[in-house]
Design a protein around this ligand. Sequence first.
Ligand SMILES: [Fe+2]
Length: 278
Amino acid sequence: MAKIVGTIYTTHVPAIGNAIRNKKQDDPYWKPFFDGFNFVHDWVAQVQPTVAVVFYNDHGLGFWLDALPTFAIGCAEEYKTKDEGWGIPTFTDFDGDTDLSWHIADALKRADFDVVTCQEMYFDHALAIPMELTWPGVQRPIKIVPIEINTVLFPIPSAARCLALGRAVGKAIESYGKDERVLVFGTGGLSHQLEGERAGFINKKFDLDFVDSLPTNPEWATQFTGEEIAESTGTQGVELINWLAARGTIQGDAKTLHMNYHIPISDTAACTMVQVAA
Ligand SMILES: [Fe+2]
């Protein structure tokens, strides 16, 4: 049977990809962020995942505003990245786990989640960068199941719905018959706003309250509407609902093995966290 070995949560801004490309990991500006992944590298080597289930949001590369699914799951054999402004990324293509994707898609439909199934999908930085941060410069030892959540076009799904989605995905993984070791990612956030009068807005207190709530009280964030989360964290800070979905895959309490919070990178409160079942 498949087993969830743990969850990783991380910021995903495009500038990280540019820093990787230009080998800025030891630059004083970037080092506090990249050093947060030293623990991740050691821990991932120990737990040896075979599949990554990744909750992320597309920023207009794979889906545009004319048709943006609230929830979508990739069911492809391979995925590619495309140009986001600094040229075609040099990241290698991503292998998909089609069997697990269809298993999860089937379970979600039966649980009344109307998820869009995609047999072709392009990954932007929200998925590609967390993979490169976790397995820097090496052939990734995992296949991928991507699950997109709309955090871009309001109305966005509620925090409660995303937590419920994650719980349904977690149950689906646990009912999968193959002996896969599944690592779940939630990418995005934490607080940031990139446009308008509040550009550069960061709310450390809200971020840390959210992070503190995740292990034993993930329902904490469900008290807020999408608009209230945007008010508290910035219009891109709402990406924390991806983290909530990832947290939902761990049934019951979780415990934090590692947390690194650093302000700012690219006008974003950057956070990296690892959690496992308590
Ligand atoms: Fe983003």
